[in-house]
Design a protein around this ligand. Structure first.
Ligand SMILES: Nc1ncnc2[nH]cnc12
Ligand SMILES: [Zn+2]
Length: 351
């Protein structure tokens, strides 16, 4: 898709912005399904599966959600995922997210999952993928929400481990559309995974990678030039390198930005300091996403509403961000056009 003008947009009063943001159709492209596990569901699954947790109750667990950086969050996030054992558990987790997504007017979601977190505990790849995939199918028919899966390799583990994970997933190749790279960023540059991503490209998988969340612009360059990432997850450190910003703009490489995540993991001291508006002003295909909504205090509409309130973004930027989300998605050109038509209709009806 090409950049477009916004001349056709009606004028919308600032006090109606939250309602517009809620009602606007959108896509979510950066959501870790394990990060949608709400404390209540963690305790329910722990009881169902006889798993003991190091927290007495939901309130105690929630109190532990005070993070200082990415690693301090990941330690709790992997512990929370320990209650997932059966196919039904994965289905229930994804179904709960997809219902939330529908409530936020998400038409399309591309959902990350971390199989190594589960296979390391003896849960089979098939259990994970079948449970998540059946929830996506159900969302299509029962909710009218399209959803697909992206398998993420954990970058704190070795490339050999990633290759083994890919092998295990290949019999289920038709149930996920791409691969990504997540977990502890600093010290684990994208180049560590050059060979496994080359193999994934040969297999026709879409490629995304977390880069420039806490890590330097050099990691974003590596994700682009070595992994051949089609989208960059986060990428908010990119403005430290003006040549990188020019590259991202020129190639229309989308950034899946997660403002509340960046706030909770102390990437920005305050939401008002977030660079989302500056990324848009630089002509980047930035999108808004929730990352790990159960841990960061908000789903997609919370991310939009709180970020707009804190940074003073306006209705044309809301339209741009929603349009970017459809442009950046991995659906075909005709589906993108239909999504943008629905976006335009929603804005026109709001005038
Ligand atoms: N924000 C994040 N960064 C890297 N890996 C993650 N896994 C889940 N959330 C993540
Ligand atoms: Zn993420």
């Amino acid at each position: 898709m090409q950049p477009v003008t916004m001349d056709h947009l009606p004028t919308i009063a600032p006090d109606r912005l939250p309602e517009l943001l809620r009602r606007m159709p959108k896509a979510e492209l950066h959501i870790h399904i394990e990060g949608s596990l709400e404390p209540e569901l963690i305790f329910q699954l722990a009881r169902r599966n006889g798993v003991s947790l190091p927290y007495a109750n939901v309130e105690e667990l929630r109190k532990a959600y005070a993070f200082t950086n990415l690693q301090s969050f990941l330690d709790i996030y992997y512990a929370g995922a320990s209650v997932l054992l059966k196919e039904q558990d994965f289905h229930d987790m994804a179904w709960a997210y997809l219902r939330r997504a529908q409530a936020d007017n998400v038409l399309h979601a591309e959902i990350f999952f971390d199989p190594q977190t589960h296979t390391a505990r003896g849960v089979s790849m098939e259990t994970v993928v079948r449970g998540l995939h059946s929830a996506c199918e159900r969302a299509r028919t029962e909710l009218g929400v399209q959803a697909s899966l992206i398998l993420c390799f954990l970058r704190h583990l070795s490339e050999a481990d990633a290759f083994e994970t890919l092998e295990q997933a290949l019999p289920l190749r038709d149930r996920f559309i791409g691969v990504g790279l997540d977990s502890s960023e600093v010290g684990h540059p994208p180049e560590k995974f050059a060979r496994v991503f080359a193999r994934c490209r040969e297999l026709g998988l879409h490629i995304v990678a977390h880069a420039g969340e806490e890590g330097p612009p050099a990691y974003v360059w590596q994700a682009l030039d070595i992994l051949k990432a089609e989208r960059i997850d986060h990428g908010v450190q990119s403005p430290k390198d003006p040549a990188l910003v020019r590259r991202l703009a020129q190639d229309r490489i989308p950034l899946t930005v997660c403002p509340l995540s960046n706030l909770k993991l102390c990437v920005f001291p305050q939401l008002a300091d977030h660079n989302l508006g500056r990324l848009l002003d630089a002509g980047l295909v930035a999108t808004v996403n929730s990352d790990d909504p159960a841990y960061f205090g908000g789903y997609l509409n919370d991310n939009f509403i709180q970020t707009f309130a804190a940074t003073g973004l306006t209705a044309p930027q809301a339209w741009q961000l929603a349009r970017n989300s459809f442009e950046a998605s991995f659906v075909d050109a005709a589906a993108k056009r239909r999504y943008v038509e629905r976006l335009d209709a929603a804005f026109a009806s709001f005038a």
